[in-house]
Design a protein around this ligand. Structure first.
Ligand code: SF4
Length: 325
């Protein structure tokens, strides 16, 4: 392993610095300000805030995920760990079983480290932490054990983009690949569909911090991501996500060379089913228009999809042993 391909957390582990970061993150649990909601509940005493997360890490699934972007999934899948709970309440959440119905079980640091190492043994090119913000102290404790046990693949932070910059700064050098959403531009729409006050301002600040830490996407000789930032934007029907304004804001903040994954896979899940606007899949024409915006703004790096229709293959069923429909 060259220094260029060595995951950042390994260097910090060798210097004995991960424990310090875990302690600093633990201090942010009481009162809790692990995310921008800053609920102020004492998580160490079992109090629960907006996200409903308790004091111990809760996970719903750990599996090789083949449906992510090519640089993330590679040929063997991304070693994905889905954490229970979420700090957003998106009406259309495709992971609602874990985000809103709180499916999952408590896992110890030892168990979580074992899951990470197991995914690496199965050939996964990275470990991807999905919705991890509210459990970061416990996840870092697991990472320390996993690094000591031989974890060597890059760490992906898969996020809804509603993050506390103070927390992100504590992840500097630990996360190799940031994979955040940029969901909305309109505060009214972010409130209505995700109960997320001030989403756009908070999201842009988070993206800037992630870009500062990870830089542009770098891949290895197989095309697998080694480090960098990939921003996801899911296009919703009826222009709800204000795609042009979101993309323009990304370009203004981060320039045209940032990597964008423009997603057209919207499926009316959860409370979107039967909703007057969200109750239908994105049309191919709507997705084509979104792609045209991406090209018009001059973005050069990233992925578009061939879909734009109701695609159930992207929707996991966390109650099933294999986790996917
Ligand atoms: S992580 Fe949960 S409890 Fe903590 S501030 Fe965010 S929503 Fe509130």
């Amino acid at each position: 392993m060259t220094n260029a391909s060595k995951p950042g957390y390994l260097s910090l582990h060798e210097q004995g610095l991960l424990e310090e970061r875990a302690r600093a993150l633990r201090a942010l649990c009481s009162p809790c300000r692990l995310c921008p909601r800053c609920c102020g509940v004492d998580r160490t005493r079992g109090e629960r805030g907006f996200c409903r997360a308790g004091s111990r890490v809760q996970a719903a699934k750990a599996l090789p995920h083949t449906g992510e972007e090519p640089a993330i999934s590679g040929t063997c899948g991304s070693g994905t760990v889905f954490f229970t709970h979420c700090n957003l309440r998106c009406l259309f959440c495709q992971n609602y079983q874990i985000s809103r119905e709180h499916l999952g079980r408590e896992v110890s640091a030892e168990e979580l480290a074992h899951m990470m190492l197991g995914l690496q043994d199965r050939g996964c090119r990275n470990i991807s932490l999905v919705s991890a913000a509210h459990f970061l102290p416990g996840i870092l404790e697991a990472l320390i054990l996993a690094a000591a046990g031989g974890l060597r693949v890059p760490l992906v932070y898969n996020s809804n983009g509603y993050e506390n910059p103070e927390v992100l700064r504590l992840l500097d050098g630990i996360i190799d690949i940031y994979l955040p959403d940029a969901k909305y531009c309109s505060d009214a729409i972010a409130m209505h569909f995700s109960e997320a006050p001030d989403y756009h301002r908070i999201n842009m600040a988070a993206l800037r911090e992630m870009a500062r830490q990870a830089g542009h996407l770098e891949v290895d000789e197989h095309g697998s991501a080694l480090r960098g930032l990939i921003i996801r934007h899911l296009v919703l029907p009826d222009g709800l996500t204000d795609t042009y304004r979101v993309l323009r804001a990304i370009k203004k903040n981060l320039g045209p060379f940032v990597t964008i994954s423009l997603m057209g896979q919207f499926t009316p899940c959860f409370k979107a089913a039967g909703h007057p606007v969200l109750g239908r899949p994105l049309s191919p024409e709507e997705y084509e228009q979104a792609c045209a915006m991406l090209y018009e703004l001059g973005f050069e790096n990233g992925w578009v999809q061939e879909c734009g229709q109701d695609d159930r293959a992207f929707v996991p069923d966390f109650s099933r042993p294999d986790g996917w429909n």
